[in-house]
Ligand binder design. Structure first.
Ligand SMILES: Nc1ncnc2c1ncn2[C@@H]1O[C@H](COP(=O)(O)OP(=O)(O)O)[C@@H](O)[C@H]1O
Ligand code: SF4
Ligand SMILES: [Mg+2]
Length: 332
C-alpha cells in the first residue's frame, strides 16, 4: 500500500542564540527538536506518537502537517512534497490543536465558527451551509442547537468536539491530533478517543495521535512510535509494543504506567529528566538514564545506534539488538 504521509530523514532545529550572540554574529548550539525521523502513515492508519514532554512530538506533528518547514529532509503527502502542493490538496492535511479554548474565537457562535470552513469548501446559500453545519455536529455527537452557543458556554469535551467538527469541515485525509485529551477528565477522554477512532475508521482518515499518555495511545493506535530527544527509538504495531517492548526507554515508560498494576513485572525505572536537546548526550542519547547501558559498555557513549528492523514491522534503536552490530545476552 502506498503511504499517505511520508517523512524522510526529517530534522527541525531551532536557533538557541541569545541576542548578544546574534549581535556578535556568534552562533549558539541549535535546539535539535526533531533529529532525523523517517516515518510513514498509511491511508486510514492511526499512528500513536509517545514520549516525555520536550522530546519533539509537537514539532514532528507540525512538520507532518506542513506548519513548519524541515531544516533537513522532506515530508510528502501522496508522494508529493508538502512544500510544493497546491492549496486544494493542502487542505487534506489538518491539525487538531491541543487547547481548543484558545483556538476557537470566543466572539463567534459555533454556527459561525463551523460556517467559515464550510463556505471555504464551496457550500453556498444559507440552507446548504446550515445543513452541512448540522451534519458536522451530528458526526461529532453535539446537538444541532449548539450552533447558537459560544465557546465560554461549552465544557472541555464539547469544545474539543467543535474543534474536531471544524477540522472535519475541510474534509481532510490526514489529521495530526496533538494531545487532544490532555485537558479533559477520564470519562470525556474515553468519549473523545472513541469518537476519533470511529471517525477515522468510517471516513478512512489517517491520524497521528500525539500523547504522553500511553493508555490513550494504546486505546486508539494501530501502530506506535516512541520518541526520545528528537529521535524515534522504537516503532511497532500497538499490541506488539505493549506486549514485547524492546527499547530500554519503552520498557521504562511502560513500567511507569505499570506502577498502578502491582502484578506487573518491573523491567527498568525511568529516573530524572530528559537532557537538553541543545546539547544531547554523546552516542546513544538515552545512555545517561539507561538501565541496560552497562550490559553493552562504552559503545553506548561512543556511537549512536541506528533504527533497525527486528522484524518487518518492528524497529528499534539500541545496541542490545544484533542488527546494531553488537550481540548482547540479557534478560528481557
Ligand atoms: N518555536 C520554537 N522555538 C524554539 N524552541 C522550540 C520551539 N518549539 C519547540 N521548541 C523546543 O523543541 C523541543 C521539542 O519541543 P516540542 O516539539 O514542543 O516537544 P513535545 O511536544 O514532545 O513536548 C523543546 O526543547 C522545545 O523547547
Ligand atoms: S544503545 Fe545502550 S544506552 Fe542506548 S538504549 Fe541501548 S543499551 Fe541503553
Ligand atoms: Mg507537545
Amino acid at each position: 500500500m502506498a503511504a499517505l504521509i511520508e517523512a524522510e530523514s526529517v530534522k527541525r532545529y531551532y536557533s538557541n542564540s541569545t541576542w548578544l550572540q546574534r549581535l556578535l554574529l556568534l552562533r549558539g548550539n541549535d535546539i535539535q527538536a526533531v533529529d532525523g525521523v523517517t516515518l510513514h502513515i498509511d491511508p486510514g492508519e492511526i499512528v500513536g506518537l509517545v514520549g516525555e514532554s520536550g522530546c519533539g512530538k509537537t514539532t514532528l506533528g507540525w512538520l507532518l502537517a506542513g506548519l513548519v518547514q524541515p531544516t533537513e529532509g522532506s515530508v510528502s503527502f501522496r508522494g508529493r512534497s508538502l512544500a510544493s502542493i497546491d492549496a486544494e490538496t493542502r487542505k487534506k492535511v489538518q491539525l487538531l490543536f491541543q487547547y481548543p479554548r484558545e483556538s476557537l474565537n470566543p466572539r463567534h457562535s459555533v454556527g459561525t465558527i463551523l460556517g467559515y470552513p464550510v463556505r471555504k469548501m464551496g457550500y453556498t446559500g444559507e440552507t446548504e451551509i446550515t445543513a452541512r453545519v448540522h451534519s458536522l455536529l451530528d458526526v461529532v455527537g453535539l446537538p444541532r442547537r449548539y450552533t447558537d452557543r459560544y465557546s465560554f458556554q461549552l465544557s472541555g469535551g464539547e469544545l474539543q468536539r467543535v474543534a474536531l467538527a471544524r477540522t472535519l469541515a475541510l474534509e481532510p485525509e490526514f489529521i495530526v491530533c496533538d494531545e487532544p485529551t490532555s485537558a479533559v477528565d477520564m470519562n470525556v477522554k474515553v468519549q473523545i478517543l472513541k469518537l476519533l477512532a470511529d471517525i477515522s475508521r468510517e471516513k478512512g482518515i489517517s491520524l497521528l495521535f500525539i500523547s504522553h499518555d500511553l493508555s490513550a495511545v494504546r486505546f486508539i493506535a494501530d501502530r506506535i512510535c516512541v520518541m526520545y530527544l528528537g529521535k524515534v527509538v522504537e516503532q511497532a504495531p500497538a499490541g506488539q509494543l505493549f506486549e514485547r517492548p524492546h527499547h530500554p526507554y519503552t520498557k521504562a515508560l511502560l513500567d511507569a504506567i505499570a506502577d498502578i498494576d502491582p502484578q506487573a513485572t518491573r523491567r527498568a525505572t525511568l529516573e530524572g529528566q530528559p537532557p537538553s536537546p541543545v546539547a544531547p548526550p554523546s552516542g546513544c542519547r538515552f545512555h545517561p538514564r539507561c538501565a541496560y547501558q552497562e550490559q553493552v559498555g562504552t559503545l553506548c557513549m561512543e556511537r549512536g545506534p541506528e533504527l533497525q528492523p527486528l522484524s518487518a514491522d518492528h524497529h528499534v534503536r539500541c545496541f542490545l539488538y544484533p542488527e546494531n552490530g553488537q550481540k548482547v545476552e540479557f534478560d528481557q
